[in-house]
Write a protein that binds this ligand. Sequence first.
Ligand SMILES: Cc1cc2nc3c(=O)[nH]c(=O)nc-3n(C[C@H](O)[C@H](O)[C@H](O)COP(=O)(O)O)c2cc1C
Length: 551
Amino acid sequence: MLKSGPGDPPEASDRQSALALVRAYHARTMHHFQRYARGPGGLDWETQPDPFRRYAGAELLALEHVPLEQGPLYREVFGGSPIARAPLDRTSLSRLFGDSLGLSAWKQYGDSSWALRVNPSSGNLHPTEAHVVAPAIPALCDTPILAHYAPREHALEVRARLPREASGALALREGELLVALTSIHWREAWKYGERAYRYCQHDVGHAIAALAIAAAGLGWRVTLLDDLGREDLLRLLRLADDRAAEPEEPDVLLLVQTKPNGGVARSTLEIPAAFDTLKPIGQPNTLSSDHVEWELVDLVAHAARKPRTENAYAAETLLAEPAADARLLASPLALRPILRQRRSAVSFDGETGMQLAEFLRMLRATQRFPARVFPWRPRVALLCFVHRVRDLAPGLYLFARDPAALERLREDSARAFAWAKPAGVPEDLPLVELARGDWRAHAAALSCHQEIASEGAFSLGMLAEFDAPLERFGPWFYPRLFWECGAIGQVLYLEAEALGLRGTGIGCFFDEPVHQVAGLATSAWRSLYHFTVGGPVEDTRLQTWPAYPAR
Ligand SMILES: Cc1cc2nc3c(=O)[nH]c(=O)nc-3n(C[C@H](O)[C@H](O)[C@H](O)COP(=O)(O)O)c2cc1C
């Protein structure tokens, strides 16, 4: 167990115990065929957390609802074409948040209604919150601000007007702003208990990719300022007392560059002392009338907190983005309608398949976007259960997003697989056939007996390198493995929509049985997230309403 108190980051000497705790957390929160990870057992609707955090008393700055016709084509963003840079103004900032973290629709069934968002979330519980540090923006704010994004209102809640000592000393260049993501673990723990920390991190990964893609649609660039530590983020964000039951745990700070700024890459920033004396405005609302304590979630969150680092990723050799796919380049679709129409399929028709070229295009896309955002080499490979892809025999396949990982997976797997390049797959694409056959029953069983994993065109398990990156970087890399998975999921969601199909992220799967299928007996690799794609069947019992009806 950790020696330090709940507020302090682990000392260097605690690294091993923090790492041990992270590993123990991961092992304990596996679902097994005979037993699920520890959860609440049933849902206590009386204490269902409010999905919307508000800061009562904070001034609300309304953002615009920008018509969806404005914006680039999907292929320009995903094919990497240069996109005309939007100026940083009220309209573009409204697009950044509306196209990534805003509401996408309201759903109603009987007397209950709930909001859906542009970013997905495990159980639609939305533990991720976003904060922004922005310069003065005409028609929005006449001073630099620290603000919280309120998705229901599509507005910024001003938590502080930044005096010159604070904003000036932050040393942001012209046209730069910061977006921070935080997680309210309780929102997920209410439903999922101990496994909730994993889901919160998936959601952060989805949100990072959603922001990066929305920013790319404006010709902007998003970078992780990942040499900062958790304490730096706390100082910057002026969050409420983290000993409360519903604290926001700071996860990551993103630098949004709206101008080229000489293409200077940065991974850190000094948080000026003036932030320490800022009195934040607004009281965070209470999300639940009562709480169940999930101690293990607090412990792993504590163990995985990031200390400040210096050039943590200096030794990483990043991969070049793959060339744009010819099929993608022929697509006439506009980007923003795709972002807004993204939904999770609740069931598939068991018939719709896809072309091989479409499948390969989706795989390539998972190499492209996450690689643009994350400062580390990809650590996640895809174990694909192919059910209905024309010209590709049904079976088990492996896609090594980092081609160099293919050999390591082969060495680490104890199974006598084919490891053969399938016909029709280009030489440069690291996709291999492992075992032909009908894997539909396996795919569903492994994903907690969910038929969406077997009734689509394909489903997959995301296999992350586990031991090596945790040893190399430390326990704080644990959530980042999930972020990479979440970002892959976000790209798959959008690619599915762009191909007229639909996807669903799958957080519920039986961990060890997945490892057994892949022949991965040690913790060198761990399955961290599943995903499925197919032809959706709509739930016609639900009514759909616009995201922002009253405007
Ligand atoms: C990390 C994660 C895990 C999920 N796990 C499952 C799952 O196991 N089964 C499922 O049917 N949907 C799953 N979903 C889909 C969510 O239920 C869905 O995102 C949420 O209800 C919001 O709906 P939307 O995606 O249509 O906006 C998952 C989504 C995420 C982001």
